[in-house]
Design a protein around this ligand. Structure first.
Ligand SMILES: Cc1cc2nc3c(=O)[nH]c(=O)nc-3n(C[C@H](O)[C@H](O)[C@H](O)COP(=O)(O)O)c2cc1C
Length: 155
């Protein structure tokens, strides 16, 4: 069974909702999902030991900043073995701010630097997901799994 680990940081619940939409969609497709809330759950590189891919969801704080509770994870990722691992980035954003979903891009950059593969574009959802956004979440998850399944078959 394919396993995907979903890490998310959420203050007011929007990114958590997106994580739920993606996770539930994938579970229905027989993917094993493990969810961890950044800043609350214990996060160690071993959570990836038997995982086929990882998704990181985050809201954006300050002036395009990553949330305070995600700083430890950000610093620790270099020590995780991310080489060639498929990673997808998503989160809730607010277009009122200049740096739209800046934290998502910051996480995308660090995982790329750590050698991860980013098979899908970062998914940025305006505030709380609406019907159209739910479709985008499903498409994001589906495109991500297309890559993961292909990679798993090739191995
Ligand atoms: C103090 C503060 C600063 C923020 N800065 C940004 C920002 O720079 N860019 C952005 O896209 N959203 C920014 N936001 C908006 C949040 O990312 C947005 O409200 C998001 O939906 C919160 O997600 P959550 O419900 O998962 O916590 C900011 C929100 C707050 C309260």
């Amino acid at each position: 069974m394919i396993k995907i680990v979903i890490l998310y940081a959420s203050m007011t619940g929007n990114t958590e909702e997106i994580a739920e939409i993606i996770g539930t969609y994938l579970e229905k497709q027989n993917v094993k999902i493990e969810r961890y809330q950044i800043g609350y759950d214990k996060l160690e590189s071993t959570i990836l030991d038997d995982a086929d891919g990882m998704m990181i969801g985050t809201y954006t704080d300050g002036d395009g900043d990553i949330p305070f509770e995600a700083e430890d994870l950000y610093d620790d990722l270099a020590a995780w073995n991310l080489t060639d691992r498929p990673v997808g980035l998503f989160g809730s954003c607010d277009s009122w701010y200049d740096s739209y979903g800046g934290a998502i891009d910051t996480f995308a950059n660090i995982v790329k630097e750590c050698g991860a593969k980013l098979p899908v574009s970062n998914l940025k959802i305006e505030l709380s997901p609406e019907a159209e956004d739910i479709k985008k979440c499903h498409q994001f998850a589906s495109d991500f799994m297309y890559y993961v399944n292909k990679k798993t078959k090739d191995m």
